[in-house]
Design a protein around this ligand. Structure first.
Ligand SMILES: [Fe+2]
Ligand SMILES: [Fe+2]
Length: 295
């Protein structure tokens, strides 16, 4: 028997995952939905640029993996995950026409993100066999790495009381917290799937490095794009100083918390259930206006 430590869930809870019918009305949400703080709002708005194409891509890849799943419960989890991610993608996509109506056309950026996910990370014309299998496993591992960060951000937004204290728009907060809560709820699925179909530590570490670098690059570029194209700002800039300041104020995650999340994912005993609280996520989902028919 091997002495290598194995990833294991910390709790034996299992939740049946389902997509919820959500409804968010954007008519009253202002461009600067955190009053007086366009930088923080736009940094969070980058989610609306990345997630529609990114989560569509998750769904596309996972539909190809379904035939390789030999565990019935995991298959059910993956099907639930696909339903939730498809809903997330559509909900963030719905924010974009509102931003455009407020004078901030996101199309130049989203066109590049679409190319990234559909072409660069899409199905390459590979012959059936090892090369095609390799590319599928690379993408499954990449999704597991990205889901480490969606769970991190989900846990963060559920606890970001500073956004309420700053008077952030209630509908935007509800979208972010509904999504964040579902990310916490399904945080183990992508990792469990990767371990089930492949599980190579070298692949996990390699795809983490690529995903982390790509996320940092896309995020700072997206924040700069919004700040520079915001029609109400004369000299809008996204700076590292502003990011660190927002972290200290609790309106964005801190650089320290992001740095500490790295060795956790790379630990050989990592399992996503060690992060976040399912009970907190489920409680939010029960009370979310948007996830309960927009009441
Ligand atoms: Fe999602
Ligand atoms: Fe997710």
């Amino acid at each position: 028997m091997s002495n290598t430590p194995q990833p294991a869930p910390v709790v034996s809870e299992h939740i049946e995952l389902k997509a919820r019918n959500v409804s968010f009305g954007w008519e009253k949400t202002p461009l600067h939905w955190i009053p007086g703080d366009p930088f923080t709002g736009h940094t969070i708005n980058v989610l609306h640029l990345l997630l529609p194409a990114g989560e569509r891509w998750f769904v596309h890849v996972y539909k190809q993996v379904l035939p390789y799943i030999r565990d019935e419960r995991l298959r059910e989890d993956v099907i639930g995950f696909i339903g939730q991610e498809a809903t997330h993608s559509a909900a963030h996509d719905d924010v974009l026409p509102h931003l455009k109506a407020l004078g901030l056309d996101p199309t130049p950026y989203t066109a590049q993100v679409d190319w990234l996910f559909e072409k660069l990370l899409g199905d390459r014309t590979l012959p059936p066999g090892r090369a095609r299998q390799w590319w599928l496993m690379e993408r499954v591992a990449t999704i597991a790495a990205i889901e480490h960060y969606t769970a991190f951000l989900g846990d963060w937004i559920l606890n970001a009381d500073a956004l309420d204290e700053r008077g952030a728009d209630a509908v935007m907060l509800d979208l972010l917290r509904w999504h964040g809560a579902e990310e916490v709820e399904h945080r183990s699925v992508a990792f469990d799937l990767f371990m089930h179909v492949d599980g190579s530590y070298r692949r996990r570490a390699r795809t983490w490095a690529t995903a982390f670098a790509a996320l940092l690059f896309l995020w700072q570029r997206g924040a700069r794009f919004f700040m520079e194209n915001d029609p109400s700002l004369l000299d809008g800039k996204a700076t590292v100083g502003a990011f660190l300041r927002a972290g200290r104020q609790g309106t964005l995650p801190t650089a320290g918390a992001m740095a500490r999340s790295i060795p956790r994912y790379l630990s050989r005993t990592y399992h996503p259930s060690q992060e976040g609280s399912t009970a907190q996520a489920v409680a939010y989902l029960a009370s979310s206006p948007g996830a309960n028919g927009g009441r």
